[in-house]
Design a protein around this ligand. Structure first.
Ligand code: PNS
Length: 161
């Protein structure tokens, strides 16, 4: 059984994240989308909101579950018996940071391997930060996030459309 985790902040989940979830679910037996409980970071959506939004979007994927974690990723992986980390690589700018994390995690636990999926071309520019920046000014985010999240994201900025 190959059990993997796709960790991230998912604040909010984008179509780029969805692409990685759907593609990696085809590669591994079990995929846990792990939402980081990053209390230090000022997140737009609460941990509970982020988890429930991802659950809503992954209902159709039978081998995908959603959970939150805090502390070190490698420690959480031991807890849930997962050995693979899935990360998306958008551009070369992601590489240095991702390589460092992957190597550190592997040193911390040599059983842990990171698999990088290259983001589909149409999402290679996308990030949750960009989505929030556009949304905060009332910009069009319909090509960035699942349709049912659009109003919920605008609502965080007191924008009604
Ligand atoms: O979506 P993000 O914010 O780029 O995800 C970053 C994440 C959650 C993968 C990373 O910050 C993480 O694994 N945090 C948990 C703490 C940890 O294990 N740190 C060691 C690796 S730097």
């Amino acid at each position: 059984m190959k059990k993997a985790i796709y960790p991230g902040s998912f604040d909010p989940l984008t179509l780029g994240h969805m692409d990685i979830i759907e593609r990696s679910a085809k590669i591994v037996d079990e995929l846990v989308v792990g939402v980081l409980n990053n209390s230090a970071k000022n997140s737009l959506f609460s941990l509970e909101e982020r988890v429930s939004m991802i659950k809503e979007m992954t209902e159709h994927l039978p081998n995908v579950t959603v959970a939150s974690f805090d502390g070190l990723l490698v420690d959480y992986m031991k807890e849930i018996d997962a050995t693979i980390i899935i990360r998306g690589l958008r551009a070369v700018t992601d590489f240095e940071y991702e390589l460092q994390i992957a190597q550190t995690n592997h040193v911390e636990n040599p059983d842990v391997e990171t698999i990088f999926l290259t983001t589909s071309l149409q999402y290679s520019y996308l990030s949750s930060t960009i989505v929030k920046e556009f949304a905060s000014y009332g910009g069009d985010i319909s090509k960035f996030v699942p349709g049912q999240f659009i109003d919920r994201i605008y609502a965080k900025y007191n924008i009604t459309k």
